[in-house]
Design a protein around this ligand. Structure first.
Ligand code: F6P
Length: 516
């Protein structure tokens, strides 16, 4: 059997036709002669995932995937037992060997069956009851929610509320993550303490930023006339005992499972602020959209699996073409936080240097994910994409239905710009002089939602979760641990506790700030 290393070598030595060549009709004779060009290529490399209403188009035709590359990756997927790992993921088996854990985020959207799914559904029902009770006034008149959490306990809530809660919001949500008190003060300034609820979101219920912010939020309530600040706290955590110890009443703790990773926890009670803002129906629609992607990823073989195809392209650019970054541009104001969300999902999951077998990896792992919002980014960073020396694969994300009710010209111009950028990156243009030359042959993928509703948002997030998982399996790494973040935390603690000697540079900084 051909080994993964041999398959990588083979992928590296395949011919590298340009996008222009790939789009023209079949190359004459020899390798790739039967490669479909033009519209056939688009048909080969784009596909839809259908949701309950509408769906999402995933167009990978403007990438350098061709039949030979796809076939090479399909062989690699077999060699790395992608199908077996996927069965383990959805079957609730251990897929995070360093922590001996399953990764049960798909069960939270009702994918699969058995005790885990039932438990997840029961926890979501419990959250639903609390959300509805609060909306009906069980905790008094609540107009504001300050959601305190960080990393996976903040990025999903912030994205969900921003993407879905713009038109109608049952409750005004402020997500605060940074320990910098400026962030919490900014939220205080927008809230009436008498009508404010505090959600403390932390899987571990130990994270220093979150616990410090939570204590300050309670103090703010107390200092501003709220007689029982503790009664205004909802804890969202996989450590309910920790929350009880911290003083939260059990009736206001919404637990979730230890086997749900922080950056995969938007579907759990960590999504409480989204449900508070947009209501449980939309929250459940988000879960349903994610479930549709789970089923597509679980049940589709080979490159017809749109998630897997995206992972093939990602690895092709990172490992074969040496691209160090991947950019994501949302041509939709409501997805302004999506690149931030993906940064944690991709970089914390796959920014690894050893395999799941504890061997050094044999190539680069996660690219650096970055991006922004179109059209703004066109006027800021696209210069480098078009003419810089880096090759940056780009994802464009847009919605056919507008998010605004203004003159349709707004949305038309937005979409036309999005598509024009992909076309320009690919086609390039001969200039009158080198400064005006566009080399072209720059890849992009386009993800086009019929409408950016709750189901589509859920589907987009789940698509990227599985894309990260598929890439990890093909590289042989464990995407579900994150030991890399621990050392800095330990050092910060050591500085706080004092008594430890650091390097001269750090000592000088501590002295300069009066912390020495
Ligand atoms: O520091 C990284 C991290 O552990 C993330 O993985 C996690 O999402 C975040 O911190 C917050 O952790 P917690 O939810 O336990 O407060």
């Amino acid at each position: 059997m051909t080994t993964a290393a041999q398959l990588w070598t083979r992928l590296e030595t395949l011919p590298r036709p340009t996008l222009g060549e790939l789009f023209s009709a079949a190359r004459e004779g020899g390798e790739g002669a039967d490669e479909p060009g033009g519209a056939d290529r688009v048909a080969m490399l784009s596909g839809r995932i259908e949701l309950e209403e509408g769906g999402i188009l995933f167009d990978w035709s403007k990438t350098h995937l061709d039949r030979a590359v796809v076939a090479g990756f399909e062989e690699l997927a077999e060699a790395m037992d992608l199908a077996g790992m996927r069965t383990k993921l959805f079957g609730g088996e251990v897929v995070n060997p360093t922590e001996g854990r399953a990764a049960d985020h798909a069960t939270l959207r009702g994918t699969g069956e058995g005790a885990k799914v039932e438990e997840a559904m029961a926890l979501i029902d419990r959250m639903g009851m609390l959300v509805e009770a609060i909306h009906q006034g069980a905790l008094g008149e609540i107009e504001h929610l300050i959601h305190i959490g960080i990393g996976g306990s903040a990025l999903g809530p912030a994205l969900g509320v921003d993407a879905l809660g713009r038109d109608l919001s049952y409750c005004d949500v402020h997500v605060v993550s940074n320990i910098d008190g400026v962030a919490l003060e900014a939220a205080f300034a927008k809230c009436d303490p008498a009508k404010t609820l505090i959600a403390v979101a932390s899987k571990t219920f130990t994270t220093i930023e979150t616990m410090t912010n939570a204590a300050s939020a309670l103090k703010w309530l107390g200092d501003n006339g709220v007689s029982d600040p503790g009664g205004r706290v909802i804890a969202l955590t996989a450590n309910p005992e920790g929350a009880v110890e911290w003083g939260v009443d059990e009736t206001r703790i919404l637990p979730f499972q230890e086997s749900v990773g922080g950056r995969y926890s938007i579907w759990s009670s960590i999504g409480f602020p989204i449900a508070m803002a947009v209501g449980m129906d939309d929250f459940r629609a988000m879960l349903a959209g994610a479930k549709a992607v789970d089923e597509h990823f679980r049940d589709t073989d080979g490159a017809a699996n749109l998630v897997l195809r995206a992972a093939f392209a990602d690895l092709y650019y990172t490992r074969v073409r040496g691209c160090q970054t991947r950019a994501v541009f949302a041509y939709d104001e409501r997805l302004g936080l999506f690149p931030d969300y993906l940064q944690q999902l991709e970089m914390e999951s796959n920014g690894k240097r050893v395999t799941a077998e504890m061997q050094p990896v044999d190539g680069p792992t996660a690219p650096i994910t970055w991006g922004g919002v179109g059209t703004d980014a066109q006027h800021a960073v696209f210069q480098l994409l078009h003419q810089g020396t880096h090759l940056v694969p780009v994802d464009f994300i847009a919605s056919i239905a507008p998010g605004d009710e203004l003159d349709p010209a707004h949305h038309r111009i937005l979409l036309m710009n999005c598509f024009a950028q992909g076309a320009a990156l690919m086609a390039g243009k001969q200039g009158e002089d080198p400064a005006r030359n566009y080399p072209g042959d720059r890849p992009s993928a386009t993800i086009l939602c019929d409408d950016l509703d709750a189901a589509a948002l859920g589907a987009l997030i789940a698509f990227h979760e599985h894309r990260v998982f598929a890439s990890a399996v093909l590289m042989g790494i464990n995407p579900f641990d994150q030991f890399g973040v621990e050392l800095g935390k330990q050092m910060a603690k050591a500085i706080e506790q004092g008594g430890e000697e650091f390097d001269a540079s750090t000592e000088a900084l501590l002295d300069a700030a009066g912390l020495g």
